[in-house]
Design a protein around this ligand. Sequence first.
Ligand code: NAD
Length: 342
Amino acid sequence: MSKIKVGIVGYGTIGKRVADAVLLQEDMELVGVTAHSYNYRMLAAMARNIPLYEAPEVEDISKLKIAGNFPDFLSRVDIVVDCTPKKEGALMKEKYYAPLKKKAIFQGGEKSKTVDVSFCAQANYDSAVGKDYVRVVSCNTTGLCRTLHAIKQRYGIAAVHATMIRRGADPWDIRHGPINAIVPELQLPSHHGPDVQTVLPDVNIFTSALSVSTTLMHVHSITVDCKEIPSVEEALKLFENTTRIRVVDNASMVRSTAEVMEFAKDLGRDTRGDMPEIIIWKEGVGVTGNKLLYMQAIHQESDVVCENIDAIRAAMGFKDGKKSIEMTNKALGIDYCKSCIQ
Ligand code: NAD
């Protein structure tokens, strides 16, 4: 079978990781990535022989070796993964992808109305099969969908209340913050709750959010009113047995997001020391009555990467979601050494 020809538009935090993930898939070929400006990411891509194509509106890229212009790029790919900054993807769709009927995967910064379906592989893979425009929901929404979907399947969900403690900026980002404040999002619900409902429409969820001075991860504090009464032991088993969720414990000294990220590096996977699994602290899971409480951490730069790979397969018509998840996990080392906590 011929490989799926994939092109990445927007080679930033997410785009460069999706490009690397595509390179690791046996059924995909990376045609190239777009060059939008001259920067170290482009130099690294060039050094690794990843073909660079001119983005539609570019700053000075005369120092880069360019394989072709944007129409060349679009003519060579079966599907685009658009990883441009938020709201840019919708413009790119209107101007370039839709007129050529080119399939595209978008990121969480785009509105759900831009696409045919919002996506989290383990929750709704089937609904994206054969679709032209699929949106991988944001890092926070992906984390919420993974754990809530598992809980919903096992116990049923009456209501969810969740607070997102968000990282102020990505580690490389020198422009955003805060650097010395806790900033509440003064809009209720925060956008995360409605965003979860684009994937899990029947989950009654209310969210709030605040930003803090860290770059490493987001942390969520979640309370789920279950329809069936849960137990701590069983809920932990459920999380442990669900793909792309990793239970860690305080006893092994994974007590913070800093230690989670160090643990990620120590696992020695081939993916930048990323932690694509959603982290749940064993000691942070509790039950009172029908309420299940837990805390989870999200590595914002990487949890959506595997979702993009599954979204590519789904959009290209690969019907077996379970198999796609298995293939992606194997290629990216996801769930690797998951049961090393005793
Ligand atoms: P980023 O700023 O790191 O990267 C965006 C890249 O796109 C930059 O390299 C920029 O030069 C390039 N670009 C801008 N306009 C372009 C255009 N018209 N054509 C081609 N390239 C263009 O952004 P990011 O953090 O990777 O975010 C991308 C998307 O992923 C957004 O929708 C965002 O909401 C979503 N997302 C981000 C994170 C995160 O934590 N960074 C997590 C999940 C989802």
